[in-house]
Design a protein around this ligand. Structure first.
Ligand SMILES: [Zn+2]
Length: 644
């Protein structure tokens, strides 16, 4: 999973409905005709009632006299409690004569059915999570969306459940759909006709791993190393196309293929992308990974601002095909959707995945080394917001409880653990063996259906890499509470790393943290609390719209150069000139006059620059005379071609 913060509010679809008796009847005939012992689920996407869909289930053979039907409390990849049962109403169970059986609701997510040896079918209504009035919003990529006649996001675990001890029998899904709708998913439909799709799935675990998005399609297929990669985009105002996304991720997918040794462990993969023109109710946007697909909930903004985010997030989600898909513990293999045990190894599932998503880009020249180092600095900065002394394995095991607020660190310190391990392996192997080799070797030992025991992983890594020294790394920095030995490890690749240092700097007034974009993409100084002495001398005021810096117009395109470039290049004796638009003040003599129209005047702020001392965090400097060994490890770390 991966997310970035945003702002809330959504739509609400309401429409009257007609029960489609014909379809229900047709379905049951069909279901009964098939002798196979399986769950037969059906949903009619044409039949939306009060923003809900009806789910019908013809049950598999049940011998027990009472049985419990479960809808997940939690699903893999989210590391938080969702309680999908909250969204289910009007739960009914019937015998073959159509007589209702007694149902006791045990808790939010479980229904106990009496005389279940007579149970024939179940039906209930499902409300979507995206715009529910129930609050406690679920991260949208893990939720469900019902938008009549427009789009349906079917995270299957939000609609379909399982009986106790009956997760591993087949599922048959039937969707009736508007004729022009297409189901975007990594599943391969057993049958697909206009208005109708059926899917056959081996077990609940595989079903829960397979989201489907239904709408009028915009799809593109990419070929990556023998795999078909489906890119499906729902953009309500047609701002982004699947073709554009495809062009933008093709390069990185190709780099990922090489990174994974030339072939991919998949035949089909789906990027399912829903863009929203409304703020997010959960306050987050991002994506959730599955074994053969990933589902995105992102803002429908100008593609040029969305592209890098999509690339970064897509790279992260796609790399989950390595872990947890092909390398995971028993806790994940036999995931308990009601009372899950968490694995100790989030450092690997999320941390290594996040590290790979950045590292692949520098390895194949898609990201310059300086920018890669900047991404490391960002992680170091963001990791400092978390508790560095909680051992990562313990945080991971208790991430649903005590350490819930530490989860975000899997993308920061988790990635840094991956980075340090990569450098250490490359040092020990004189540049011949890195973290990606280790993960590839692990995926040969384990696999989609072969899990490791949580406690054996570190020793197994020692065994397959042949480096006993690595055990001490895990003991101290992953199982233990020692902070990562960053200074020592960055020295192995020829960098002097300082946690903080005083540097001389030419200031623009320390305005960056106070700047925000308004709806017309103007740069507005919203806060002036952090202005330094030079900023105060310049005379910035709250609400100033900065239009020009030293004569150059400030826009989204020029911002980086103007705001970062000046302090880097200016020398003592230069002058800083900033033009701002400022609300015109009422004339002092005439107190009656106000400025209700918000009339603005141009004000020129100008001062000779000053050199000031500032504390900078996480500084990297290249060593003046690195040894040959350091250069070797550095090259192996940053440039994939030289590795072989
Ligand atoms: Zn992830």
């Amino acid at each position: 999973m991966n997310n970035f913060s945003f702002i809330p509010e959504l739509f609400s679809a309401k429409k009257s409905f007609i029960i489609c008796c014909f379809f229900v009847a047709a379905f049951f005939t069909k279901g009964i005709a098939q002798k196979e012992n399986a769950y037969f689920f059906s949903v009619d996407l044409n039949e939306v009632k009060d923003d809900q869909l009806r789910v019908n289930l013809l049950v598999p053979k049940i011998k027990a006299k009472t049985i419990v039907y479960n809808i997940p409390k939690i699903v893999p990849g989210t590391y938080s409690i969702s309680d999908f049962g909250r969204f289910i109403t009007d739960f009914k169970a019937y015998d073959k004569k159509g007589k209702e059986l007694v149902v006791n609701k045990l808790d939010e997510n479980r229904w106990e059915i009496q005389k279940s040896n007579k149970l024939k079918r179940i039906s209930y209504w499902v409300e979507d999570t995206w715009d529910t009035e129930k609050g406690n919003f679920i991260f949208e990529p893990a939720g469900t969306n019902i938008e009549e006649k427009k789009s349906f996001v079917i995270n299957t675990f939000g609609f379909f459940g399982y009986f106790d001890d009956m997760k591993l029998i087949p599922y048959k899904l039937t969707f009736e759909k508007p004729e022009d709708f297409y189901g975007s998913t990594a599943l391969i439909a057993e049958k697909s006709e206009p208005g109708f799709d059926t899917y056959s799935i081996d077990s609940y675990v595989d079903l829960a791993d397979s989201p489907i998005m239904y709408n009028v399609p915009d799809t593109t297929i990419l070929k990556v190393g023998g795999a078909d990669v489906l890119v499906s985009v729902y953009s309500p105002n047609q701002k982004l196309t699947s073709e554009y996304v495809g062009e933008n991720i093709a390069e990185i997918l190709e780099a990922q293929r090489k990174y994974l040794g030339g072939t991919l462990p998949i035949k089909k993969y789906a990027f399912i992308i829903y863009l929203t023109d409304k703020p997010s109710k959960s306050g987050m946007m991002g994506a959730l990974e599955h074994s053969y697909s990933s589902l995105y909930f992102l803002p429908e903004i100008d593609p040029k601002y969305l592209t890098q985010s999509i690339r970064d997030i897509a790279a992260h989600e796609f790399f989950h095909i390595v872990t947890p898909l092909n390398i995971h513990s028993e806790e994940i293999q036999y995931f308990d959707f009601i009372e899950p045990k968490m694995s100790k190894h989030l450092w690997m599932y999320e941390g290594v995945t996040e590290y790979f998503a950045n590292h692949v880009q520098v390895s194949y020249g898609l990201l310059p080394p300086e920018e890669f180092i900047e991404t490391i600095r960002t992680k170091l900065n963001q990791a400092s917001a978390f508790n560095d002394t909680v051992p990562f394995t313990i945080m991971s095991e208790q991430v649903l409880g005590k350490y819930e607020d530490q989860y975000g660190n899997v993308y920061e310190k988790g990635a840094l653990i991956g980075l340090c391990l990569d450098i250490r392996l490359r040092e020990l192997s004189e540049g011949k063996y890195g973290l990606r080799n280790m993960m590839l070797d692990l995926s040969k030992v384990y696999g989609k259906s072969k899990a490791f025991k949580d406690d054996e992983l570190f020793d197994k890594i020692v065994e397959i890499t042949g480096f006993p020294e690595i055990r001490a790394f895990f003991t101290k920095y992953v199982e233990g509470s020692e902070p990562l030995p960053l200074k020592e490890y960055f020295a192995k690749v020829g960098f002097i790393y300082k946690e903080e240092a005083k540097i001389n700097e030419i200031s623009m007034g320390n305005i960056l943290s106070g700047l925000a974009l308004d709806k017309d993409s103007n740069f507005v100084l919203q806060e002036v609390e952090n202005l330094d002495d030079f900023g105060k001398k310049m005379g910035y005021q709250q609400g100033d719209i900065i239009t020009k810096i030293n004569g150059d117009t400030l826009t989204l395109e020029t911002a980086r150069e103007l705001l970062m470039g000046f302090p880097a290049e200016a020398k003592a004796g230069d002058t800083l000139t900033v033009e701002v638009l400022r609300l015109k003040e009422p004339m002092e003599e005439d107190e009656e006059e106000t400025n209700e129209n918000g009339e603005k005047v141009l004000v020129v702020l100008q001062e000779p620059v000053e050199v000031t001392e500032k504390t900078e965090y996480h500084i990297f400097e290249g060593m003046e005379n690195p040894t040959e060994e350091q250069i070797k490890v550095l090259r192996s770390w940053l440039f994939a071609e030289e590795e072989e």
